[in-house]
Design a binder for this molecule. Structure first.
Ligand code: SAM
Ligand code: SF4
Ligand code: SF4
Length: 520
């Protein structure tokens, strides 16, 4: 789901500012609303210097729009939008499990007033929370009064928080003016098809103009409205992310065409997300056995789409009430009951001071990586491999192998270290002792990786990883991820060149043996 699609309330406050942003956006060769883009300059991997300053300001601390930012900044969603105006075969909002991280899932629905109080409570407890997103549990624009009221309250009380919303796009053209007026600078539209014949297999019905439509007719209205809404937003300089759910056998090949269509209409970022379809969720796809993609299938599609626009690869498919860094969920600390009892002290200056420290930490991460990249400059090898990393955030290798809830995956080559995805894991250590079943699952899940970087690891999992051909590395504990990965890669290349080891491809073959994106 999406969500973090938040927008920026403070720095781009007035109409004049918006005009300036639009000009900066459309005027930039790499990120123009229409026309060619420069591969390195758009999307979540973009860094300072790649983008016009006004765009960089919008994305630099948005954990979903900037891969670099997601190590340092948090987001939150408030569940104020329960209703939906369409039905997707992959969505069932009635199924709720507090321990589950999945789009559309929430524990409590909130009024706009409760939501605003929650935002202030989180903002004062987690000063690196920079983005408020509304992403459900239904569709924000099928609940426009509650959605916009919430944004109004938050913009007034906490003007430094960026505002985002995530919509299926059916009602979008009717609300673009309100979105611009409220300075909602980031909007996500879920577009899974541009061909209504394919759409009819994904959407059983839509509700539009006081009536219900089904089949190809419904899908045609939906795709027309989505693309119209995207063009209208791009025209106003509002950054748009497109979410596409990858459904093998239904729209997987077609998503390359979707990518071209949204790129040409000014989308900033494309997020191809894997279908989640467990039967117990009670969705049509879950019940009829429709599978989601493997990690390798997802990566292959993302690579195919990544021509001129970078792809978002760090989406965690968050709950509609998620709180915290991507990949962690601190929602349980902020239930309505707890918030009502909290003494909330929202202090803008304290938040700014904290975020200045975060920026220092981030600058150190980038500098360390640049130095290692410079070290690699003379290498000519065409070796390209994956490594897994256990991290709790801040761009550090700071998680114990046995406690990791996910492994971040980086692709290493002489061009650098590129974040290409994550694999969810059931923590190997439950209550202090290892579970054999979950160790085997984790090894299968990262079986396409040559090494795994961890803060600490026990003797048994270490030897099992070595047996599986994955090198466990704890000597980089509490070091920066990319710097360490590049340093290790350089030493790996040296060993290959000296004949000390032989490079063996892992990749496809290993992961086809059963590594799914989620162990769940
Ligand atoms: C829950 S929706 C809420 C926002 C809005 N209604 C929409 O669909 O864009 C957030 C995102 O989660 C995605 N999503 C919902 N159920 C999913 C599933 N079972 N598998 C993958 N993505 C899913 C949606 O496609 C959407 O991009
Ligand atoms: S990680 Fe994905 S689901 Fe979570 S807030 Fe960001 S875009 Fe939305
Ligand atoms: S549009 Fe969003 S909330 Fe509505 S059914 Fe689809 S995924 Fe669920």
């Amino acid at each position: 789901m999406d969500v973090s699609e938040c927008n920026e309330a403070s720095s781009f406050g007035g109409a004049a500012d918006l005009g300036e942003v639009k000009q900066a956006h459309t005027g930039h060769k790499g990120c123009g609303t229409l026309g060619g883009r420069d591969k390195a300059s758009c999307g979540s991997q973009a860094r300072q210097g790649d983008l016009p300053p006004a765009i960089w300001e919008k994305v630099k601390s948005h954990p979903c729009y900037s891969e670099e930012a997601h190590h340092h900044y948090a987001r939150m969603h408030v569940a104020v939008a329960p209703a939906c105006n369409i039905q997707c075969n992959y969505c069932n909002r009635k199924y709720d499990c507090a321990n589950e991280s999945r789009p559309g899932v929430v524990s409590e629905k909130l009024t706009p007033e409760q939501a605003a109080k929650k935002v202030l409570a989180v903002a004062s407890t987690i000063p690196q929370m920079t983005v408020l997103g509304i992403a459900g549990p239904g569709d924000p624009l099928a609940n426009p009064k509650k959605t916009f009221k919430t944004f109004e309250l938050v913009a007034k009380a906490a003007p430094d928080i960026k505002l985002c919303l995530s919509t299926n796009g059916l009602a979008l053209p009717d609300h673009v003016d309100a979105i611009a007026r409220l300075n909602i600078d980031h909007v996500t539209i879920t577009i899974t098809m541009i061909d209504p014949e394919i759409g009819a297999k994904i959407y059983p019905w839509i509700f539009y103009g006081h009536r219900r439509y089904t089949g190809v007719k419904a899908a045609k209205i939906l795709t027309d409205r989505q693309l119209q809404g995207l063009e209208m937003l791009a025209e106003r300089g509002i950054l748009c992310k497109i979410n596409s759910v990858m459904i093998p056998g239904i729209n997987d090949q077609h998503l390359v065409d979707v990518n071209k269509a949204v790129k040409s209409r000014g989308a900033f970022l494309h997020n191809v997300m894997p279908l989640i379809s467990a039967p117990q969720h009670g969705t049509v796809f879950g019940l009829n056995g429709q599978r989601g993609p493997t990690a390798q299938e997802l990566k292959t599609l993302q690579d195919a789409c990544e021509g001129e626009m970078n792809m978002m690869r760090h989406c965690r498919q968050c709950r509609a009430d998620a709180v915290g860094l991507l990949g962690e969920d601190r929602g349980a600390e902020f239930t309505t009951e707890k918030i009502m009892a909290m003494d909330v002290n929202y202090d803008l200056e304290t938040r700014k001071a904290y975020q200045a420290k975060v920026e220092e930490e981030r600058a150190a991460t980038v500098a360390a990586k640049q130095q290692k990249l410079a070290d690699l400059a003379g290498e000519t090898s065409d070796i390209n491999l994956l490594v897994a990393v256990a991290s709790k955030g801040s761009g550090l290798i700071n998680e114990h192998f046995g406690h990791a809830k996910e492994f971040q995956v980086y692709e290493l080559s002489t061009s650098g270290a590129k974040f290409v995805g994550h694999r969810r894991a059931d923590p190997y250590c439950q209550g202090g002792y290892g579970e054999e079943g979950s160790l085997a699952t984790i090894i299968r899940m990262i079986n396409d990786c040559h090494a795994v970087f961890v803060a600490k690891i026990g003797g048994c999992p270490k030897s099992e990883l070595i047996k599986a051909g994955i090198e466990p590395l704890d000597q980089y504990a509490h070091e920066f991820i990319e710097k360490s990965a590049l340093a290790w890669f350089k030493s790996y290349l040296a060993k290959v060149q000296s004949g000390e080891i032989q490079h063996v491809e892992r990749g496809d073959a290993a992961i086809r043996q059963g590594a799914l994106i989620s162990a769940a």
